[in-house]
Design a binder for this molecule. Structure first.
Ligand SMILES: C[S@@+](CC[C@H](N)C(=O)[O-])C[C@H]1O[C@@H](n2cnc3c(N)ncnc32)[C@H](O)[C@@H]1O
Length: 449
């Protein structure tokens, strides 16, 4: 049983199941993002446990309704108040038994052992009892399987009901496929810095390093790895030869299609993936300004620029109010990677399913309208704006752009890759298509009047 171990530096390392329960509790009950919370908990885990902690937290958040359903049927009184963290410990236990290749007895005993690390040994018997009952229920279910189709859709598909309804309405033929794709572990995509190597040359370096690839996207040249790997295994990562970026996000720089001497704005730029990609692809632009409202996140932009040897003017600024930061120079190209629901990247961020509420979408739509209007006023006549979201909700995408064009007579929709995509305005990529994230792009020309 691993309750508490010590490293050479005498720093206390906590039980990994206890950390997982705390992390899921922070996300679900306290509304914190997994991206913020997981690293904090990982800092308290031993090096060898960090990966396991991540796998358990992602898994519990991916399968939350189903795990809660399993636990509900085995416990007489729901755990509330100070006992809530033990509710999540039960989910951690059930997740390991159902989905991980950990022997059942080890999953149970290690999870029971976490009660000590959570400073409540009284809960030991309850956790032990519920998990052992779950093992018995699992045996019975194997012998007498029950149809899952009787369960509510939210449990069958592990998504919130409001979201399932939205997706059913918007994608009547693809909704099940979308929800299933959201449950999968995402692949790792690489962006080759073509200032250093051609994609073909970098493929050879990967081959030499025995890192197999599954595909190369013909449009963006993004490389999909067969298995995710530590970035430090990638040839030249620290020297800036390569970055991690999903294939769908790698469409932005090529669609923006910057030209020599262009004055370019990347609005809502942090952590800077697309800013850097634009500079790698078109180093001969006149200037790149990258703005974002979150100063802390802009530190990541600076780090990425530094690692890749690129330069941009980085400003912490509110895109709804250009007066506070704009220097008076109009832009030839604007990438507007607008704040959105993130519903296209659920497979990478399963916490989005539980943190995002139906009511947030209306507020986001209004914010998006304010930002696009303000950015449009900074675009040169004859210039282009690329609107991008990692959302699959038409309200944030095609409907938002249709609304904008209707109210701005100087805005003209440009074709994307000269293709009419599914009869909608712009290009909607659905999650899992070509093994990429869900994304949306629309390209607008400002007509010279
Ligand atoms: C989709 S993310 C950007 C991702 C980034 N373009 C990339 O490729 O790495 C949206 C960003 O919008 C920023 N944001 C939200 N509201 C904003 C506002 N009013 N003004 C400027 N940035 C804002 C958020 O801080 C967040 O970093």
């Amino acid at each position: 049983m691993t309750t508490v171990t010590f490293q050479n530096n005498n720093q206390k390392q906590m039980n990994v199941r206890a950390l997982a329960a705390k992390c899921c509790y922070s996300v679900i009950d306290q509304g914190r993002s997994l991206g913020d919370e997981l690293p904090k908990q990982q800092d308290k885990a031993s090096t060898k446990d960090k990966g396991l902690l991540q796998e358990i937290c992602y898994g519990v958040l991916r399968f939350l309704p189903e795990l809660e359903h399993d636990v509900r049927s085995l416990i007489q009184k729901p755990l509330t108040g100070k006992q809530r963290v033990f509710h999540f410990l039960l989910l951690v236990g059930v997740y390991q038994i159902k989905y991980m290749r950990i022997p059942d007895h080890a999953a149970v005993s290690e999870t029971v052992g976490a009660t000590g690390a959570l400073k409540n040994s009284h809960m030991k018997a309850l956790i032990n009892g519920v998990l052992r009952n779950f093992l018995r229920a699992k045996e019975n279910a194997i012998k007498n399987p029950k149809p899952t189709s009787d369960l509510p859709l939210s449990i069958q598909y592990n998504h919130p009901s409001w979201f399932i309804k939205e997706i059913q309405q918007s994608y009547p033929e693809q909704w099940q496929q979308i929800l299933n794709e959201n449950q999968l572990k995402p692949p790792m995509w690489l962006r080759v810095n073509q200032q250093h190597h051609s994609v073909n040359d970098y493929k050879k370096l990967l081959d030499t390093a025995q890192i197999p690839i599954s595909s190369v996207d013909p449009l963006s040249q993004a490389i999909e790895l067969t298995h995710p790997t530590d970035v430090l295994n990638l040839p030249g990562f620290e020297q800036g030869w390569v970055s991690i970026q999903d294939g769908a996000a790698q469409q932005a720089a090529r669609l923006l299609n910057c030209q020599k001497n262009d004055v370019v704005l990347d609005c809502c730029a942090a952590p800077g993936g697309k800013t850097c990609h634009i500079l790698e692809l078109t180093p001969n632009i006149k200037s790149m300004t990258a703005i974002d409202i979150e100063a802390k996140r802009l530190e990541r932009v600076e780090e990425n620029l530094k690692r890749l040897g690129l330069r941009a003017t980085v400003i912490a600024a509110d895109a709804t109010n250009a007066k506070t930061w704009w220097q008076g120079q109009y832009f030839d190209r604007i990438l507007l990677d607008i704040p959105c629901s993130g519903t296209g990247v659920i497979r990478r961020h399963p916490d989005i399913k539980w943190l995002r509420k139906a009511i947030d979408i209306d507020a986001l739509i209004i914010l998006q309208q304010q930002i696009i209007k303000e950015m449009w006023s900074l675009l040169k006549p004859g210039g282009t704006l690329l609107y991008a979201t990692c959302s699959i909700l038409p309200q944030e995408n095609s409907e938002q752009i249709a609304h904008f064009i209707e109210h701005n007579s100087d805005a003209q929709l440009l074709p994307i890759d000269n293709v009419k995509h599914d009869n909608t305005i712009g290009w909607q990529l659905l999650p899992g298509k070509n093994n990429m994230d869900g994304f949306y792009y629309a390209k607008l020309l400002k007509i010279e009047t």
